[in-house]
Design a protein around this ligand. Structure first.
Ligand code: NDP
Length: 347
């Protein structure tokens, strides 16, 4: 912990102490552990013209953050060692020196992993408090949009398609199955990591079929759930699932590669799917995507999601963990599958 007694804040010399943040202190090799992080008091900078101070109410923990904990340069820069990590968060403006954001406004921004953030108002977006703050991290936010982008722009799902999604009880996957149905899929199949999750996606979310990928070979369980094959596979996990899905593709099948959580903690690359030749027979297509390239669809998605939420076609579940002291637990929990729906840290 940092020394909280060092500075008494004044009006001119005002780094203040108090609110806490989570810093990365070492780069995990394999599975992250608590020793890779520390929760410390933060020193807030002065509020400059155009900035707001936001007390976060909720913050997101996401699988992609595992990649940013490694040094390898990817589509997002690695987190710096010894500094607070970043990520999606929603909070309430406590102080404003910016036009357009007033005290009391709820703001979505990228300075999670901390209790209080000082940010340029242009780096935040005011959200409608009619929905709970957590919804803007999940079904009305990044993970909901990811589902929509992957289905519509990447997999180009069409009425009548048979759609298979892995990670079906998670934030993205649960939205994928329901949105696919709303877009006219004839059959929606999911896989998840426990009997409770399988029950949830079928009974609560209306999937036609689901299976526990830990209970037997994925290829066999998928063939049983989709005896005539699949048109779309929305991949959240990679590995055995991807090979199984390619093996079940029908003519003109599409695979949207969204994530590969099954390999995020691997220290050695595993072999890829052994059946890519099947893409020749099926004229199949595999395409990866990043939601960040498709924010032009945000408005369209927000409108449609509001309608689906109102009609009940789209339901969202969240798993809450309370307190910044437990944010790392929440993050590790996502990697281990402890969440149903969006994992959210309440601050
Ligand atoms: P989830 O809410 O789905 O949480 C992750 C889930 O992954 C866990 O709950 C767990 O569920 C499952 N999981 C963990 N390990 C394995 C494994 N070895 N095999 C199969 N499933 C596993 O997370 P998100 O919805 O936020 O993200 C889902 C995927 O989408 C991730 O791969 C993520 O990186 C990716 N993503 C990609 C984006 C993009 O722009 N391309 C944007 C957002 C997310 P279970 O109990 O079922 O195992």
């Amino acid at each position: 912990m940092t020394d909280s007694t060092t500075a008494t804040p004044t009006a001119t010399d005002s780094p203040t102490t108090g609110p806490r943040e989570v810093r990365l202190v070492s780069r995990p090799v394999g599975w992250p552990t608590h020793e890779d992080f520390e929760v410390v008091e933060s020193r807030l900078p002065d509020l400059h013209e155009g900035q707001v101070r936001v007390r976060n109410t909720v913050m997101s923990v996401d699988p992609y953050m595992r990649g940013r904990m490694s040094a390898a340069k990817s589509y997002a820069d690695p987190y710096a060692l010894g500094e607070a990590m970043t990520g999606g968060a929603v909070g309430v403006v406590e102080e404003s020196r910016a036009d357009g954001l007033a005290v009391g406004d709820h703001v979505l921004h990228g300075f999670g992993w901390r209790e209080v953030a000082v940010l340029d108002a242009t780096a935040g977006r005011k959200v409608d408090p009619v929905a709970p703050d957590s919804a803007y991290l999940g079904v009305l936010g990044m993970t909901g949009l990811t589902a929509y982008v992957g289905l519509t722009r990447i997999a180009q799902v069409a009425p009548g398609d048979v759609v298979f999604v892995s990670g079906a009880a998670g934030a993205v996957g649960s939205a994928v199955g329901q949105i696919a149905r709303a877009l006219g899929a004839s059959r929606v199949i999911g896989s998840a990591g426990s009997p409770e999750k399988v029950r949830h996606v079928v009974e609560d979310l209306g999937f036609d079929a689901a299976f526990d990928y830990k209970a037997g070979p994925v290829s066999q369980q998928l063939r049983e759930a989709a005896p005539d094959g699949i048109d779309v596979y929305f991949d959240n996990v990679g590995g055995e699932h991807l090979e199984a899905a390619i093996g079940s593709l029908r003519l003109g099948g599409r695979v949207a590669v969204c994530g590969m959580i099954s390999v995020y903690n691997d220290t050695q690359a595993s072999p890829g799917p052994r059946n890519l030749a099947r893409l020749i027979q099926t004229r199949g297509r595999i395409q990866g995507f990043l939601v960040g390239d498709h924010y032009d669809l945000s408005g369209e998605y927000a409108g449609r999601a509001a309608g689906w939420l109102a009609s009940g076609e789209l339901q969202s579940r969240e798993t809450f963990v309370d307190g910044i002291d437990h944010a790392v637990d929440a993050f590790l929990g996502v990697l281990r599958g402890e969440n149903t729906g969006k994992m959210v840290v309440r601050l």
